[in-house]
Design a binder for this molecule. Structure first.
Ligand SMILES: Cc1cc2nc3c(=O)[nH]c(=O)nc-3n(C[C@H](O)[C@H](O)[C@H](O)COP(=O)(O)O)c2cc1C
Ligand code: SF4
Length: 510
C-alpha cells in the first residue's frame, strides 16, 4: 500500500514537472522534450567529473569546443563566465596566440555600460555614397537566411540586434516579417536574387528598391560565395516553401526553388563592379560583396580594377572555409576554400599593396565570435566582426549538428511547428544581446589591457603566434604584412579616441 502511494506521488510530481516544462519559456529543449530535456542539464552539470575519467577534453570538440560553448552560454545568460584554476589550453602549440599586455593599462574616463564600440571607418565614405554611415558596433550578426533558420530564431536575432545596437545581415533568403523587430539590416543579394527578382528568377532593380524601402536596410551585400559551400547553388524543395518563405523570397508557395551557383547579372570582375555601382546609384546605400577565398587571380583583378577605375565595393566580407551553413556536401565544407586567417591575410595584402586597404571596410567571419579570435582578426585588418553560429548558440543551439534534417531539437534551424514552439523570441533576444554586448565588453577589456581605448588601436605587434618550441613571431611577420598597413597614423588614432569618448558619454547620458 505504501509503495503504491509512493509511486502515485512520484507520478504526480513527474506530471507537474512535465506540465511546467511544457509551458515555461526559458529552455527550448525542456519545452520541446518535457522531462527528458532535463537530463541534458543534469549531464551538463556532472559532465566535467565524468569527462575526467572517460571522454574528450574541454577543447577537443568541433566546430565549437565545450569551453567556447560554455563561454557563449554563460555570457548570453549574463551568468558568471569566469573559468577557474588557470588555462587548460596547450599554450605552447604551434599558432597559439599570445597577446602582450601593456605595462600600463588604459584608464577609461567614462563608464560604457553597453560596451559601445563603433567601427573605426565610415561605410560608403570612399565612394561618397548618399547613405554612408558608421556602424555603431564592431560585432554584428552574420548572414543566415529565414529558411535555413526558423522565423522565431530570426526574430530573436533581430530583436537582439536592436537591443545591442548592431547590424543584422538577412542572408540570401530575402527580408521576412521576422526581420522587422527593430534591428537594422544588411540586405544580402545571392544568386537567387530573393527579394530582388522577377518571376523568372532574373534580377529586378525595382523589386530591390521596394525591398529596401520596406525595411530598415542600411547596406546591401552581394553574395559571391560562402566558406561552407563555395561554388555551389542550392535547392529548396517545394514542400519547404511555406507561405511565409514564399513572401520573403518573392517566389510561389509550394514550388521548388533553385539558386544557381553563378550570378546571371555578371560573369567578370568588371561586371561585378558595375553591378555594385548600379545598385549603389539606385539606392544610395553602401554596397559590398561577400566571398570565401579561392582563386587568387579574382582578388588581384578586383583590386586592380578598383585602383585603376576608382570604383567598386564599399565593403568586402571575407568568409573562412571553416564557416557554417544550414546544409552542404561534406567535401565542400571540409575542403573547398581556404580558412579565414590564410584567406583574409592574402586578400588584405593584395589590396594593401595597392593602397586600397583603408578605403574598403573589411568584414570577417569564420569562428570569430570569441574575444581572442576577434582581436586577432581586428589586428590583421578586419574592421567589423560577423558572427553566425556563435549567435545561434546564444539563441539556444546545442551543436546537435542536425540543421540539414529539419529536426533541430531547439527550434533554431527547423520549421516544425512543435519544435519551433519551444523557442521564445523575447527570452532569446536578450540572450543574443547579452552575448554580443559581452563580446564587445571582452574586446574593450583586452584593448584596455593593451593600453588603448579601442581594439582597432591595439598595435599589431602586441599579438604573436607561437612558431616552434622556442619562438613566437609577431602577427605581422607571420602573415608577411608591412607593419604600416595596419598601423593608424596620429590623426586616425585621435579620431578613434574621440569616437570612444563620444560613445561612452552618450551611453552615460542615456
Ligand atoms: C544556418 C546558417 C545559414 C547561413 N546562411 C548564409 C547565407 O544565407 N548567406 C551567407 O552569405 N552566409 C550564410 N551562412 C554563413 C555565415 O554567414 C558565416 O559566414 C559563417 O557561418 C561563418 O561564421 P561563424 O563561424 O561565426 O558561423 C550561414 C551559416 C549558417 C550556420
Ligand atoms: S541545435 Fe543542432 S540542429 Fe539545431 S541549429 Fe544547433 S546545430 Fe543545428
Amino acid at each position: 500500500m505504501v509503495w503504491i502511494l509512493g509511486v502515485a506521488a512520484l507520478v504526480v510530481v513527474l506530471v507537474v514537472m512535465a506540465v511546467y516544462d511544457l509551458f515555461q519559456t526559458k529552455h527550448a529543449i525542456r519545452r520541446n522534450f518535457p522531462l527528458i530535456g532535463r537530463l541534458r542539464y543534469l549531464i551538463e552539470r556532472i559532465g566535467p567529473e565524468l569527462r575526467q575519467y572517460i571522454v574528450t577534453s574541454n577543447d577537443e570538440e568541433r566546430p565549437f569546443s565545450r569551453d567556447q560553448r560554455r563561454w557563449v552560454y554563460s555570457t548570453a545568460k549574463n551568468e558568471n563566465s569566469y573559468f577557474g584554476f588557470g588555462t587548460d589550453n596547450a599554450i605552447g602549440a604551434p599558432n597559439y596566440l599570445y597577446i602582450r599586455q601593456a605595462g600600463f593599462p588604459y584608464q577609461p574616463k567614462h563608464e560604457n555600460p553597453d560596451s559601445v564600440l563603433p567601427v573605426a571607418k565610415v561605410m560608403g565614405e570612399w565612394r561618397n555614397r548618399q547613405e554612408a554611415f558608421r556602424p555603431q558596433s564592431i560585432v554584428n550578426i552574420s548572414a543566415m537566411s529565414f529558411g535555413s533558420l526558423s522565423g522565431r530564431a530570426i526574430e530573436s536575432l533581430n530583436r537582439g540586434a536592436a537591443i545591442a545596437g548592431l547590424l543584422h545581415n538577412t542572408g540570401e533568403g530575402g527580408v521576412s516579417r521576422h526581420h522587422l523587430h527593430g534591428g537594422d539590416l544588411i540586405f544580402q543579394v545571392g544568386t537567387g536574387y530573393f527579394g530582388a527578382r522577377n518571376t523568372d528568377g532574373t534580377f529586378s532593380m525595382d523589386r530591390l528598391i521596394e525591398t529596401v524601402a520596406s525595411a530598415p536596410v542600411k547596406a546591401i551585400e552581394i553574395k559571391i560565395s560562402q566558406g561552407a559551400k563555395p561554388g555551389l547553388g542550392g535547392v529548396l524543395p517545394g514542400a519547404k516553401v511555406t507561405a511565409d518563405i514564399a513572401a520573403a523570397r518573392g517566389v510561389q508557395q509550394g514550388v521548388t526553388i533553385k539558386s544557381p551557383a553563378f550570378h546571371r547579372e555578371f560573369s567578370s570582375v568588371t561586371g561585378l563592379v558595375s553591378f555594385v555601382e548600379r545598385i549603389a546609384e539606385a539606392t544610395g546605400l553602401p554596397v559590398g560583396i561577400k566571398s570565401a577565398v579561392g582563386d587568387r587571380s579574382f582578388w588581384v583583378e578586383l583590386a586592380d580594377e578598383m585602383s585603376s577605375q576608382d570604383r567598386g565595393p564599399d565593403f568586402i566580407s571575407i568568409d573562412g572555409g571553416e564557416g557554417g551553413t544550414g546544409a552542404a556536401p561534406l567535401v565542400f565544407s571540409d575542403h573547398v576554400s581556404v580558412p579565414f586567417r590564410s584567406g583574409f591575410s592574402e586578400v588584405f595584402s593584395i589590396f594593401a599593396e595597392r593602397g586600397l586597404q583603408r578605403k574598403v571596410v573589411w568584414f570577417g567571419a569564420g569562428k570569430l565570435g570569441f574575444p581572442s579570435d576577434s582581436l586577432q582578426a581586428l589586428a590583421m585588418g578586419v574592421d567589423v566582426i560577423s558572427v553566425g553560429r556563435e549567435a545561434m548558440l546564444a539563441v539556444g543551439c546545442i551543436q546537435a549538428q542536425k540543421c540539414e534534417s529539419g529536426h533541430c531539437p531547439t527550434g533554431v534551424a527547423t520549421h516544425s511547428k512543435w519544435l519551433v514552439r519551444g523557442l521564445d523570441p523575447a527570452d532569446k533576444a536578450s540572450r543574443v544581446a547579452n552575448y554580443m554586448i559581452g563580446l564587445r565588453y571582452e574586446l574593450l577589456r583586452l584593448s584596455h589591457a593593451c593600453g588603448v581605448s579601442h581594439p582597432a588601436l591595439v598595435p599589431a605587434e602586441f599579438l604573436e603566434l607561437r612558431r616552434d618550441a622556442f619562438t613566437s613571431v609577431p602577427l605581422t611577420d607571420a602573415y608577411r604584412y608591412d607593419q604600416a598597413w595596419v598601423t593608424l597614423d596620429a590623426a586616425e588614432v585621435e579620431q578613434v579616441d574621440s569616437l570612444m569618448a563620444a560613445a561612452a558619454r552618450s551611453a552615460h547620458a542615456a
